[in-house]
Design a protein around this ligand. Structure first.
Ligand SMILES: Nc1nc2c(c(=O)[nH]1)N[C@H]1C(S)=C(S)[C@@H](COP(=O)(O)O)O[C@H]1N2
Ligand SMILES: [Mo]
Length: 200
């Protein structure tokens, strides 16, 4: 397609106040955790009929999915077209069988980082626990062995180094959300901060 059209198309995929970058930037609080495949586990729990624990080997045997999505960090950069591979949130949801009063999930990471989302957002197309990026094993700095990917939200919802998912009736505030970042985190409406708390 002509260069102008191409530019217009990609510009329309960049939310307001964002600039597009060629590579994901490595961004997180704390140290990159050590990964030991022998002791690593993944644990869905809370308001579910079937709490379970999977080893790394068992997790990798779950049916896999792939999805290409854009990534928007609240600090102002976006990286388009990332091909993630892993297990859809839906698959974990189905296996855990949440109780009727479960409405949210808190994602719990190695090192203590947390974030949370309504189940209706987590059940969206493209939301997955990813262990691959561009067909290769997900590098530790990008959240390997396992990270959540939530394409429609600012990237602090895309938690790296995930170890557990807790289904809840009420929403728990995550790490950044409890420091004033928006709980709804919609890049398209520049929903960056909790209303009234911060303006820049
Ligand atoms: N465990 C954990 N996950 C995290 C973070 C973090 O500090 N700890 N930072 C978030 C933020 S603010 C961003 S922008 C993305 C960055 O992902 P990347 O380093 O793969 O680009 O990870 C998100 N997930
Ligand atoms: Mo971010």
């Amino acid at each position: 397609m002509p260069a102008e059209t191409e530019e217009a198309t990609s510009r329309s995929r960049i939310p307001p106040g964002q600039v597009d970058v060629q590579n994901l930037r490595v961004l997180h609080v704390g140290e990159i955790p050590e990964f030991d495949p022998e002791t690593w586990s993944f644990q869905p729990s809370g308001l579910v009929d079937n709490p379970f624990t999977l080893s790394w080997e068992e997790f990798q045997r779950l049916p896999a999915t792939e999805d290409v999505s854009d990534f928007h960090c609240v600090t102002g950069w976006s990286k388009l077209d990332n091909m993630w591979g892993g297990v859809s949130f839906r698959a974990i949801y189905k296996r855990a069988r949440p109780k009727e009063n479960a409405k949210y999930a808190t994602i719990i990471c190695e090192g203590g980082y947390t974030t949370s989302l309504p189940l209706k957002d987590l059940l969206d197309e493209g939301v997955m626990f990813a262990y691959k990026l561009e067909g290769r094993e997900l590098e530790p700095r990008y959240g390997g062995p396992l990270r959540l990917v939530v394409p429609k939200k600012y990237a602090y919802k895309s938690a790296k180094w995930v170890r557990a998912v807790k289904f809840t009736e009420f929403q728990e505030l995550g790490f950044w959300e409890s420091q004033g970042y928006s709980n709804t985190a919609d890049p398209w409406t520049e929903d960056r901060y909790m209303s009234g708390l911060r303006s820049e």
